[in-house]
Design a binder for this molecule. Structure first.
Ligand code: IPE
Ligand code: IPE
Ligand code: MG
Length: 250
């Protein structure tokens, strides 16, 4: 990313989510192994975290590894797991010093034990930080999320701790992985695909979506600025008419 400072536009998303796609193609275009693309992607992710915190974003959620990514060749999965362990080892001090609170969402059960430990240590260490919440989605799938929420709700109902009549959207919402955080206002997907790939299915109901062909390792501060400008220009209606919104605004 370039060193240019980002001028935050008028309307800033409170919660920005990013599907960081295109690492493999970036590496292939340079005749390098896919792993080189993932390493280059980590560098950009670090810059984007800084830029987002500087811009005043409250929550940044990064999709690092999906439930479906387990089906990639074992060498790639293993090298990604090693990379996550290494990056946490290297970056948590700086994130902590910069006031970033780290949280992880996803099904941790199949992650290497050392990675699970690094994740929970990082969460405990940074829990009191207030400048920005950085959520990293690892082994995350939107369908998994809705299902784990339903399982916990079903258990509560079975045990008599929840009245099925009181089950509504807000109760379900509070059992999802992003419980307590606002829904993403803006989703960026790099890498040129126009799909959600099982990311935050429930939480994206009214999210504005910015698709860019830029491959993740080429993503720049200018691209982030362009996405924030795009967001600032959206008229969010949440199902209402434009005229109704004008009345509310007055
Ligand atoms: C995104 O880049 C990172 C992960 C899914 C882990 P890809 O690895 O999907 O890169 P492409 O889409 O093959 O270029
Ligand atoms: C989405 O990218 C997941 C992450 C960025 C972690 P994929 O590369 O897995 O998505 P598809 O397979 O192109 O839909
Ligand atoms: Mg991909």
């Amino acid at each position: 990313m370039s060193e240019n400072t980002l001028t935050p536009p008028r309307e800033l998303p409170r919660h920005l989510a990013i599907i960081m796609d295109g690492n493999g193609r970036w590496a292939a275009s340079r005749d390098r192994p896919r792993h080189a693309g993932h390493r280059a992607g980590v560098k950009i992710a670090r810059d984007v975290v800084e830029a987002a915190a500087d811009a005043g974003i409250e929550v940044l959620t990064l999709f690092a590894f999906s439930s479906e990514n387990w089906q990639r060749p074992p060498e790639e999965v293993n090298s990604l797991m090693r990379l996550f362990v290494e990056v946490l080892q290297r970056e948590v001090d700086a994130l902590h010093e910069n006031g970033i609170q780290l949280r992880f969402i996803g099904d941790r059960t199949h992650l290497p034990t050392i990675l699970q430990k690094r994740m929970s240590d990082a969460e405990a260490r940074t829990a009191g930080n207030q400048r920005m919440i950085l959520v990293i989605a690892i082994a995350y799938g939107g369908r998994w999320d809705v299902l784990q929420s339903m399982q916990r709700l079903a258990t509560k109902i079975r045990d008599g701790d929840l009245d099925p009549e009181s089950l509504d959207e807000s109760v379900l919402d509070r059992h999802l992985a992003l419980a307590g955080l606002p829904d993403p206002d803006l989703l960026i997907r790099t890498g040129g695909e126009f799909r959600v790939s099982n990311f935050l299915l429930w939480n994206l109901a009214y999210t504005e979506i910015f698709f860019t062909p830029t491959l993740w390792p080429d993503f720049s501060r200018q691209d982030l600025g362009a996405a924030l400008e795009f967001f600032a220009g959206r008229g969010r209606r949440f199902g209402l008419t434009g005229a109704q919104l004008e009345v509310i605004a007055d």
